[in-house]
Design a binder for this molecule. Structure first.
Ligand code: PMP
Length: 355
């Protein structure tokens, strides 16, 4: 740290993204990326826009917001475009939390929430998930006035909270915002988008990173009633009005125009997830009931970190978290059927020779 660093950030521990090693070619099952590249029309859209990169991108992202609106039956003024859904989450912490409106989220969830809270000087409470890693909606109903952040399906467990429970939380206190982070909802579960017309306090955050094969393009969006979106626009226009570059805006639009391909890929991933979960269970793993594009699994005979290391030595990356409650587990991104065969074969070998 330099002597110039602001005191208000001195104690900040940044979020640590999944490792992206360059030393060798790994089978990457650690950052929940799609195994499928974007379709040629999406790549071509970026190429065409690159020729106009001397010009700023549209600061209103209108064409993309219209495409999202058409896809989901909402008006463009109910949509904000963001540089990855992480940006929408940060904007929500900035816009809807402060000393009088602390944040609340589960103890086991997306690790960026506490980082955003601390970055923005927002007090927060972490509520333990039940022993089976499910959310008890009453925990949140019992904390009126606190801005709620819920990943649904949750990460890294993949467990989906039924929509009735999301609605219970949104209805429990109309005076606080409930942010539902649906990064993985296209792989299973049910979106809370249908609740937006009835709840002024509901913000649904989505991403193109996972289900639309665009993690590297950095594109997300959030949907809520127009007043809520206008608040986020105030934050966006006060930080970075050109937050989404023109190549990415064009890719996002082309991606939505070909969304059937994306949704088909999600179905394939979901089917491979089921097969892989079954294979892991037959090897003795406990596997959570995941509605996402990853599995969360532990084995009684080998620790989470040990398995992570042995897989890495074999060229396979999964994600291990050292939080005490989940350190026996690994989070395994679901790739193609072929990749998951390679993965389960490696796991079987490791279990056969635990030395
Ligand atoms: N929410 C959750 C639950 C995630 O796992 C991720 C991916 N790390 C994100 C949001 C952010 O995704 P992106 O910024 O790529 O849209």
């Amino acid at each position: 740290m330099s002597r110039f660093f602001s005191e208000k950030y001195a104690a900040l521990t940044p979020y640590v993204p999944g490792e992206q090693p360059r030393d060798m070619q790994y089978l990457k099952l650690n950052t929940n990326e799609s195994p499928y590249p974007p379709i040629p029309a999406v790549v071509e859209a970026a190429r065409e826009e690159a020729a106009r990169a001397n010009l700023y991108s549209d600061p209103t992202a209108l064409a993309l917001r219209q495409a999202v609106g058409a896809r989901y039956g909402v008006s463009p003024d109910e949509v904000i475009a963001v540089n990855g859904s992480d940006e929408a989450l940060n904007f929500a912490f900035m816009a809807f939390c402060d000393d009088r409106r602390p944040a609340v989220f589960p103890d086991i969830t997306y690790g960026f929430y506490p980082v955003f809270a601390r970055l923005n000087g927002v007090p927060y409470e972490e509520i333990p998930l039940r022993d089976d890693f499910t959310v008890d909606p009453e925990d949140y109903a019992a904390r009126p006035g606190k801005t709620v952040f819920l990943a649904n399906p949750n990460a890294p467990t993949g467990i989906f909270l039924p929509l009735a429970a999301v609605e219970r939380i949104a209805a429990s206190d109309p005076a606080r915002v409930v942010v539902v982070d649906e990064a993985y909802v296209d792989f299973g579960g049910e979106s809370a988008l249908s609740l937006v017309p009835r709840y002024q306090n509901l913000l649904v955050v989505r991403t193109f990173s996972k289900s639309r094969s665009l993690a590297g393009a950095r594109l997300g969006f959030a949907v809520g009633q127009a007043a809520l979106i206008a608040d986020l626009e105030t934050i966006r226009n006060s930080t970075n009005p050109y937050n989404v570059n023109r190549m990415t805006l064009a890719m996002g639009k082309a991606s939505l125009e070909n969304d059937a391909v994306n949704m088909q890929n999600c179905e394939t991933v979901a089917a491979v997830l089921d097969q892989t979960a079954e294979a892991l269970r037959s090897l003795g793993f406990t596997v959570t009931d995941s509605s996402a594009n990853f599995l969360f699994a532990r084995h009684p005979a080998i620790g989470g970190e040990a398995l992570y290391r042995k897989l890495k030595a074999r060229g396979i990356l999964v994600r291990h978290f050292s939080l005490p409650r989940i350190r026996d587990y690994n989070r395994i991104t679901v790739g193609t059927a072929e990749q998951m065969k390679t993965f389960t074969a490696a796991v079987r070998e490791i279990l056969e020779d635990p030395s």
